[in-house]
Design a protein around this ligand. Structure first.
Ligand code: C2E
Ligand code: CA
Ligand code: CA
Length: 573
């Protein structure tokens, strides 16, 4: 049976070409071939793709086999390339193979040619199959099989890129989250197959209504997302209206008109978030409000947060997590920059949610403040931290444990009494406990805060201003506070090596603190260069990933025994 083969023969000798084609025809190949012998002719021939195989002479008067190979590679073609020569020596052959030729053949042993070709064609076919399979896998990873629209993963990637671009160019990105109303009814009454057909048509109409540069994705179920790069806020409103009107005409299912309505939530970058997660979450909140008020579309605003179902369930779950003591405190060491020894730890909350996995404190602390849950939460943290601190001290590890307070804790007149009782109950010296608070928390109600802080200070508890530098930094006010330490915000420390401005801020904050008789901590110490610069600036304490990430209390003994910062300290449990 004849096997069709499209062969490009780069060969100056008509006779040698005949030899090759004869050999291949004898072997059962049905040849379509072309002979060329110059760069220009090869270039042209390669552009008329479709070659199964290239055989090239090693040296020709006008051209060379290796130059032909380079040309094939430059064009990104994956076609088996066999070099052929009458004079080829071992060295040249090796060189050719290294350059990427698939095989080489001596003109005087032409009988080897058919096997070589069989093998190379087989392998080329395998490479092609693999490439196609990979393309299908890639496509499936990024597209929704039902509507062929981009899926959540692709939206995620593109949105991330759009945010980056918008940041560089100071533009806006809008994310519209669209959810069909009462789609479950359609599914239940018409059946899933027709429900799917409606979803396909919705996807189609959305695409039709939008521009090429806008992206429509299906996130799953009856939820779609639209990304509008570089649009102005007003533009997002116009698009939302356009999308809703595109869905107004009934969908015809087996001659039956079906009405589909939708609700849209809109979130904008930079106004409402800088990350994909934030934009999705906020547009989801706005969408929920649009649905509840049957208002078509709603633009996100922070005041909506409190009514979002996510917020409400999260807070109900947090309440439960506190009661059932599912929250944990992790501890991050603070190290004295002069002695190189750990002197204390900061307790940081960790919530491992059964369903959503790890939830960072930044996501639940602020809502806990709004709902008042911050009070039992801080109580939990205080109980845990004082108990742990006592355990360390009993084991001979005389370190100071600090915890974070929120703005509302500073307005809580019962806080000093709670702290006093706990410290006494644990038999702790008050100076074993340190409280971190931000300037902005104090500024919410300075008079009240000063009262609470003064009581705590008089008990002997140490007070630290956290995130220093991003707040009001009112020097005069700072002087009136009974604090012992300021902690320079990590945003300055992280970039102090590369950013002159940040370095100046870090350096002058250290000087300022020392002039006021305060200790200065730098947080966000991520590498040795920062560490050494802080020593040069005479900073007192350092905290950051360079030293350690926050860890469970149970991991501290092992960490102490193997890290340079634990040398000489008892590895107490
Ligand atoms: P914070 O008090 O400024 O805590 C420092 C944050 O920086 C922690 O994040 C810590 O893990 C992170 N961090 C430490 N070293 C490095 C570093 O070298 N590089 C970088 N990039 N980051 C570093 P975390 O644990 O996510 O806490 C975030 C914020 O949540 C805290 O900021 C604090 O404001 C709040 N928080 C955490 N636990 C509590 C708590 O028990 N009560 C209250 N009220 N707030 C808490
Ligand atoms: Ca802190
Ligand atoms: Ca901080």
């Amino acid at each position: 049976m004849a096997i069709p083969l499209r062969l490009l023969l780069i060969e100056d000798s008509e006779d040698d070409a005949l030899l090759v084609t004869h050999e291949l025809q004898r072997h059962g190949y049905e040849l379509v071939y072309e002979r060329v012998e110059s760069y220009a002719a090869t270039n042209d021939a390669l552009d008329r793709s479709g070659w199964d195989l290239i055989i090239s002479d090693y040296s020709m008067p006008q051209f060379s086999g290796l130059a032909a190979l380079a040309l094939v590679q430059a064009k990104g073609l994956d076609v088996p390339f066999i070099l052929m020569s009458g004079t080829i020596g071992e060295e040249i052959a090796v060189e050719a193979m290294k350059a990427g030729a698939h095989d080489y053949i001596m003109k005087n042993s032409m009988t080897r040619l058919p096997q070589a070709i069989d093998r190379e064609l087989r392998e080329a076919k395998m490479r092609q199959d693999r490439r196609q399979a990979q393309e299908i896998i890639d496509y499936m990873a990024y597209h929704d099989p039902l509507t062929a629209l981009p899926n959540r993963a692709l939206l995620h990637e593109q949105l991330q890129q759009a945010i980056k671009l918008a940041q560089r160019e100071h533009k806006t990105v809008a994310l519209l989250l669209l959810d069909l109303d009462r789609f479950k009814e359609i599914n239940d009454t018409l059946g899933h197959a027709r429900g799917d057909a409606v979803l396909q048509q919705v996807g189609h109409r959305l695409k039709e209504a939008l521009r090429e540069s806008d992206m429509v994705a299906r996130l799953g179920g009856d939820e779609f997302a639209i990304m509008l790069p570089l649009s102005s806020p007003d533009h997002a409103h116009i698009v939302a209206r356009k999308v809703l009107s595109a869905l107004e005409a009934p969908f015809i299912m087996e001659k039956l008109p079906i009405m589909v309505e939708a609700s849209i939530g809109i979130a904008l970058h930079p106004d409402h978030g800088d990350t994909v997660e934030e934009l999705i979450q906020r547009s989801d909140i706005a969408m929920y409000i649009a649905k509840r008020h049957k208002s078509g579309f709603v633009l996100y605003e922070p005041a909506l947060d409190q009514h979002s179902p996510r917020h409400l369930t999260l807070m109900a779950e947090l309440r439960q997590a506190i009661d059932q003591r599912q929250l944990r405190l992790y501890y991050q060491p603070k190290v004295d920059l002069k002695t190189g020894r750990m002197t204390g730890v900061e307790g940081l909350l960790r919530w491992q949610h059964a369903e959503h996995g790890f939830i960072p404190p930044d996501q639940f602390i602020a809502p806990a403040e709004q709902t008042g849950l911050i009070f039992p939460l801080t109580r939990f943290v205080l109980e845990e931290a004082t108990q742990q601190c006592r355990a360390w001290r009993q084991g001979g590890l005389n370190i100071c444990t600090s915890i974070n307070l929120s703005a509302r804790n500073l307005q809580d007149p019962t806080l000093p009494r709670q702290v006093a009782e706990l410290v006494a109950a644990r038999g702790l010296e008050p100076c074993g406990l340190e409280l971190e608070l931000t300037e902005s928390a104090i500024m919410m109600n300075p008079a009240r805060a000063l009262e609470v802080l003064t009581q705590l200070h008089e008990m002997g508890v140490l007070l630290t201003i956290d995130d220093f530098g991003i707040g009001y930094s009112s020097l005069a006010y700072l002087q009136r506070l009974p604090i012992s330490t300021i902690k320079i915000d990590k945003s300055f420390v992280l970039n102090m090596v590369s950013n002159d401005n940040d370095r100046v801020i870090v350096r002058s904050t250290i000087d300022l603190g020392h002039n006021l008789g305060l200790k200065v901590v730098a947080e966000g110490v991520e590498n040795q260069v920062i560490w050494e610069e802080l020593i040069a600036f005479d900073c007192d304490l350092a905290q950051g990933y360079y030293i350690s990430r926050p860890m469970p209390a149970a991991d501290l003994p092992a960490w102490l025994s193997q890290s340079p910062w634990g040398a000489g300290l008892p590895a107490a449990s």
